[in-house]
Design a binder for this molecule. Structure first.
Ligand code: PMP
Length: 358
């Protein structure tokens, strides 16, 4: 009975999906989710607890999160004239953007391989998704993208800069050609900005169809769930209309503000992660049978011998190390695995396990 009602009423696109799956990591070295591996020093934790103690949990949060936005503006160098919209993670910002633009005749364009939530949320909001393959070296196929823009006239183009899961920054001039050609909006998703040398933030006022998205997740605050969109206030005012009231909790507002006031600690962790990424990359390159891709993010993508990725992934788990298996996504990701940069000890354990299972 229930089944037939579900078949009748749940949209077939949703029936065909799997819920976002996060594999259990208990007891494993967790290098699957691009988290910062470092906790705060005890003295800072104590100061944070004092801040949290003052939060009035009986009251709703500041609906506009004005004070937090001011700190983010400074920390993220958001230019004067640009506005900020906050989301419960940048995932929620993608959802707000697509809810505002959604129409079944309209499309969302991105690249493949790319961040899966662009496609997922396009499906949730009943929009068409166009995924243009990257070239074999993971650079943009600008000709193909311009061709697809011409053909599909997408309402929005998402480009992650650096890209997940490939880790590279795209050629900036190619991105600009795409912004110039796009009939609608272009979102530059700078989730991994902390680990990369470049950004579009300082160009956000130069275009009327480009906005920059950031998150605090990869900077070491994944547990807070806080993302932001920066740019032209006219666009942001529209997205603000579909934002649910009080979407940023009091605990997140107070904690993020405190963390940004102490961002030297986060920045030092990020510097350490970047240095360790280079060491990890160099060590992985020495291992026979792997193709390892350079990264401007806090993870490293690598390709195994054909047909071996899942065995290696499972064997690593058996050795106590959890990474991400991308092989089943197919296309350019066939035979690919992705490891997040951990602490030096975690990276050493991963390398030892990898050498053992190969
Ligand atoms: N964009 C990209 C490119 C990502 O890789 C991720 C997280 N994996 C996100 C956005 C979402 O980040 P969050 O919702 O944690 O802010």
């Amino acid at each position: 009975m229930t089944g037939s009602r579900i078949d009748k009423w749940i949209r077939p696109e949703i029936r065909g999906l799997q819920a976002y799956h996060v594999p259990p990591a208990r007891g494993l070295i967790k290098l699957d989710a691009m988290e910062n591996p470092y906790r705060w020093p005890d003295a800072l934790l104590d100061q944070w607890l004092d801040v949290v103690r003052q939060v009035e949990l009986n009251r709703y949060p500041d609906p506009s999160a004005a004070s937090l936005k001011q700190h983010l503006r400074e920390a993220m160098a958001v230019p004067e004239g640009a506005e900020i919209l906050l989301g419960n993670g940048s995932d929620e910002i993608i959802q707000m953007i697509l809810m505002t633009l959604a129409d079944e005749q309209r499309s969302v364009l991105s690249v493949e391989p790319g961040f899966v939530m662009y496609h997922m949320i396009a499906t949730f909001t009943d929009m068409q998704y166009i995924g243009v393959p990257l070239q074999d070296d993971f650079s943009l196929d600008t000709q193909e993208i311009l061709h697809a823009i011409e053909q599909y006239q997408p309402a929005v183009v998402f480009l992650a800069y650096p890209n997940n899961p490939t880790g590279n920054l795209f050629d900036k001039n190619d991105v600009k050609k795409i912004i110039d050609a796009a009939p609608g909006l272009v979102i530059i998703d700078e989730a991994y900005h902390a680990f990369a040398g470049d950004s579009f933030m300082d160009e956000v006022n130069n275009y009327d169809n480009m906005l920059v998205m950031r998150t605090v997740s990869k900077m070491g605050l994944a547990g807070l769930r806080l993302g932001l969109l920066a740019g032209n206030p006219a666009w942001l005012n529209e997205f603000d209309k579909v934002r649910l009231p009080y979407n940023i909790s009091s605990l997140t507002q107070a904690s993020a503000e405190f963390a940004l006031q102490n961002r030297d600690v986060l920045n030092a962790q990020t510097d350490q992660i970047c240095a360790d990424r280079e060491l990890l990359y160099a060590e992985m390159q020495k291992i026979d049978g792997l193709t390892v891709y350079p990264s401007q993010a806090n993870f490293v993508l690598f390709r195994t011998q054909p047909g071996k990725a899942t065995d290696i992934f499972e064997a690593l788990k058996g050795e106590g190390v959890l990474i991400k298996n991308l092989d089943k996504a197919g296309g350019l990701l066939k035979d690919c695995l992705r490891v997040t940069v951990g602490t030096p000890e975690e990276n050493a354990a991963f390398l030892a396990a990898l050498k053992k299972v190969l």
